[in-house]
Each structure stands twice: as structure tokens, then as C-alpha cells.
Design a protein around this ligand. Structure first.
Ligand code: PLP
Length: 386
């Protein structure tokens, strides 16, 4: 089956009792045994649920993986992977990872003796240099949030093999429509399904996909033991969103490219970061790595840009957008904007923020699937007023 067919159909069979074309929402905690030792494959929903199993099969197929494990949020999926480690283990990670990931490692997992080193993984030599005798895993994000740094997965996979390390990639920004990390030798792919995979701002969810049976068994054990599972209704809503993932990613990417080009030519914009632009330092890697199933490179709808001005310019811009929504999330049908300096990163000292490249007037844009003329018109009027 090709990708678009899988999105609509993989793992989904008509309900055997009614013929319902959509999988039922199995809103149940438990399952009745025929007799002791004889169930129908399900005993208790924390361990397994038919609606959740359908979602796991669907996303696993899209990633070209054998096994999917679903979680209550992207962060609980990230946390589940950390439970493959033990005290004394060390992780080498991309430096511009999602803020929640560094918070988990720096403020929670550190208490349990797990250490992490952040390096710029766009230069894979930095990974090799950071590896210690206790290193167990390489954690990557590509493209990263919010600076959209692109890492070459084939090279990192080689480094990991040479050192016998586990590899995990947060592929939330690319989605399996544009990037299938398992095909690049990665062991684990992680998603916040909250974003593009569900696509409509309707749920919070996470997913891990792997081809390694040993890791799958460990993760299933973690899922059942910790219990951070997604509800049947959330799984069902995610399945509904996934059916249009190919259509949405085409449109997000088309609109994203048009908006990035518009911004790059705008006099009030200092800098545009978009992997689809030749000006992006990772453009050549992205062109090879982020490829739609039809073979055409595509770069999704995430754009980060810097205005000409200061922190107030950023705030003025945000307060003047009309169509775009001021919101912290991303990857949904609605265009959304975030201003890290006044929204997500207010607690971070300015010099620390700057050291990370998060300047005062930096804006992150999640381009939706509205008509691109309306999106551009809105950004243009807000830029002129900023
Ligand atoms: C949102 C996000 C997460 C966390 O996912 P939640 O569903 O919000 O828990 C992790 N990684 C990336 C890249 C994200 O964008």
C-alpha cells in the first residue's frame, strides 16, 4: 500500500458485528473473560485497547515500522524512552530540542542519575566528541523547535552503530509524510501526535514507532506499568485526523514555502529560517531527507523569522495579526504564531536566550491550510504596523 492509502486504511477493518466503516470507540476499562485464562486478546485498557491498537497500527505503518506504542502526550512518549535508561547512563542530544524535553532531562531525570549533553547535531562530529563510556543514547530532533536545525540521520546512524548506541528521533515537525527516520537507521521515532498527525488542535497525544521487537516489548511494559495511555476517544480523533495527513502536509508545505519566500523579501524582516529556502544552512540535507512519497522534497509549514526591531516590535507584530492565532501549539490547520521572548521563554534570562539564538524579535509561525493569500495579507499588515 502507498502512503496515502495507508493513511486512510492501514490497521482499519470494518467492525465485524455492524460493518461500521470507522473503528468503534471502545470506551471500556475492562473486558470479560470467556473463562479463566481465556480472553479475546484484551484484559484491561491500561494494557491494551482496540481503538488504541488501531491507532498504533496505523501510525506504525506510516513510519514503515512494525510496532507502535501510543501515549497520553508527546512528553509521556519522551519520558517512556528515558525509562529504557538507568542511573549513570548518559545521553547526547540535539541542542535546540523542544523545551519540554530539556525540562524533563534537566529538572526530573537528573534526579535519577541520568545525564545529558546538548550539542549542535547539525555537525555530527560534535556527537562523536561528546560520547563517553557511559553514553547509551543519541536523542535527535529534526527539524528542531524553534530554530529548525536539520540533522543528517544517515551520518548519525553510522556514528551510533560504531559506538553501539540507541538512537531516537523526535520527528514531530517532519511527520512520516516527509521523513521516515527508521529508513535512515534510527531505532525509535517519537511524535507529539498533538501536532500534525492529529492536525486539528483536537487532542494531546504521543506515539513511538520502532522495528526492534526488544525495544517494543520494553516500551509496552513501560506503557502498562506507568499508565500514561491515551484515551480511546483521543485515539479515535487522531485516526480521523490521520486520514488527511497527506493532503494537509502538501498544503502546509506549499503555503509554508510561499510564506517563507514572502517573508524573505519583506523589508521589515531581518532573517527567515525555513529548511526549504536555499539560505537555510541545512537546505541540502533537508532536500535529500525531507521527501514526500512522490519523491518531491517538501519542508512542512514551520517557519521561524526575525523582525527588524526589538522585543516591542515582536509584541506589536503579535498584537496586530488578525487571521493568525496567538497560540503555543503548532501543526494544525489554523495558522498560529508564537513569540518566544514574550510567551514561551519569559523565564529564560535574555543572555541565555540569545546564546541559544532566540532573539527578542524572533517569531515562530505554524502556517495553516487557509488560503495562502489571506495568510500573507495578514502577515503583511501586521509587519507594517509592528
Ligand atoms: C509539542 C511537542 C512535544 C511535546 O508534545 P505534547 O504532546 O505537547 O506533550 C515534543 N516535541 C516536539 C517537537 C513538540 O513540538
Amino acid at each position: 500500500m502507498k502512503f496515502a492509502t495507508q493513511a486512510v486504511r492501514a490497521g482499519i477493518t470494518p467492525d465485524p458485528t455492524t460493518g461500521a466503516i470507522l473503528p468503534p470507540i471502545y470506551q471500556t476499562a475492562t473486558y470479560v473473560l470467556d473463562e479463566i485464562g481465556k480472553d479475546k486478546g484484551f484484559d484491561y485498557t491500561r494494557s491494551s485497547n482496540p481503538t488504541r491498537a488501531t491507532l498504533e497500527a496505523n501510525i506504525a505503518a506510516l513510519e514503515g515500522g512494525q510496532y507502535g506504542v501510543s501515549y497520553a502526550s508527546g512528553m509521556s512518549a519522551v519520558d517512556a524512552i528515558s525509562r529504557l535508561l538507568k542511573a549513570g547512563d548518559h545521553v547526547v542530544s540535539s541542542d535546540d530540542v523542544y523545551g519540554g524535553v530539556s525540562r524533563l532531562y534537566n529538572q526530573i531525570l537528573n534526579k535519577f542519575g541520568i545525564e545529558i549533553t546538548y550539542v549542535d547535531t547539525t555537525n555530527p562530529e560534535n556527537i562523536a566528541t561528546a560520547i563517553r563510556p557511559t553514553t547509551k543514547m543519541i536523542w535527535l530532533e529534526t527539524p528542531t523547535n524553534p530554530l529548525l536545525k536539520v540533522t543528517d540521520l544517515d551520518i548519525v546512524s553510522q556514528i551510533a552503530k560504531e559506538h553501539g548506541l540507541l538512537t531516537a528521533v523526535d520527528s514531530t515537525f517532519a511527520t512520516p509524510y516527509l521523513l521516515r527516520p527508521l529508513e535512515h537507521g534510527m531505532d525509535l521515532v517519537v511524535h507529539s501526535t498533538t501536532k500534525y498527525l492529529s492536525g486539528h488542535n483536537q487532542i494531546i497525544g504521543g506515539m513511538i514507532v520502532t522495528n526492534r521487537e526488544d525495544l517494543f516489548k520494553e516500551l509496552k511494559f513501560v506503557q502498562k506499568s506507568v499508565g500514561a495511555v491515551s484515551s480511546p476517544f483521543d485515539c479515535w480523533l487522531t485516526l480521523l485526523g490521520l486520514k488527511t495527513l497527506p493532503l494537509r502536509m502538501e498544503k502546509h508545505s506549499q503555503n509554508g514555502m510561499a510564506v517563507a519566500q514572502f517573508l524573505e523579501a519583506h523589508p521589515n524582516v531581518q532573517k527567515v529560517i525555513y529548511p526549504g529556502l536555499p539560505s537555510h544552512p541545512g537546505h541540502e540535507i533537508a532536500k535529500r531527507q525531507m521527501v514526500a512519497p512522490n519523491g518531491i522534497p517538501m519542508f512542512s509549514g514551520m517557519i521561524t523569522f526575525e523582525l527588524v526591531g526589538d522585543v516591542q516590535t515582536g509584541i506589536n507584530f503579535m498584537n496586530n495579526v488578525r487571521l493568525a492565532s496567538l497560540a503555543e501549539s503548532l501543526g494544525a490547520v489554523e495558522t498560529m504564531v508564537t513569540h518566544p521572548a514574550s510567551m514561551t521563554h519569559t523565564a529564560v534570562p535574555r543572555d541565555v536566550r540569545y546564546a541559544r539564538g532566540l532573539t527578542d524579535s524572533l517569531v515562530r509561525l505554524s502556517v495553516g491550510i487557509e488560503d495562502v493569500d489571506d495568510i500573507i495579507e495578514d502577515l503583511d499588515q501586521a509587519l507594517k504596523k509592528a
